[in-house]
Write a protein that binds this ligand. Structure first.
Ligand code: HEC
Length: 127
């Protein structure tokens, strides 16, 4: 992504972000924290793993991972591959743009299996 983003001029960045922000958000299933988490990915997403200082994802990313305001991006309905690539980028240190290392700490606390499971869970919420 970095080489592509660096190659864009200011006008091109404005044009592409205006176009993308006008597109409709993906439709996702309605999930709340009272729903029974039926898979390991759903447990992490809706309950967290507090014994390892991992809060449930929805505490920041909104109910069912729909996103909150400008700072907590939506996870629900994103592709599992995109989500796991982002989590692995924090784990290997190549992504470090998060405020106060909020995501870096969480991503590094996850196992490979948990990254795959939680990415598959949020991706499965697409309608
Ligand atoms: C304490 C708050 C908090 C919690 C809890 C949290 N996140 Fe995040 N997450 C953030 C913030 C803030 C960002 C945006 C970081 C940035 O500016 O790049 C983010 C970004 C992400 C992104 C990148 C999305 C994108 O479009 O680039 C992924 C993937 C992600 N979080 C997954 C998770 C998962 C999975 C969990 C649960 C295991 C989780 N997050 C829990 C705060 C949180």
């Amino acid at each position: 992504m970095l080489p592509i983003a660096s190659a864009l001029g200011d006008e091109e960045i404005k044009a592409v972000t205006t176009m993308l922000s006008a597109m409709p958000a993906p439709k996702t299933k309605h999930v709340t924290r009272v729903d029974f988490p039926g898979s390991p990915g759903a447990v992490l997403a809706l309950r967290g793993a507090w014994e390892r200082n991992i809060p449930e994802c929805v505490v920041c990313h909104g109910p069912g991972g729909v996103g909150v305001g400008d700072h907590f991006p939506p996870l629900a309905g994103q592709s599992a591959e995109y989500l796991s690539v982002q989590l692995n980028a924090w784990r290997d240190g190549s992504r470090k743009n998060d405020p106060n290392e909020l995501m870096g700490h969480i991503a590094r606390s996850l196992t490979d299996e948990e990254v795959s499971a939680v990415a598959a869970y949020f991706s499965s919420l697409s309608e």
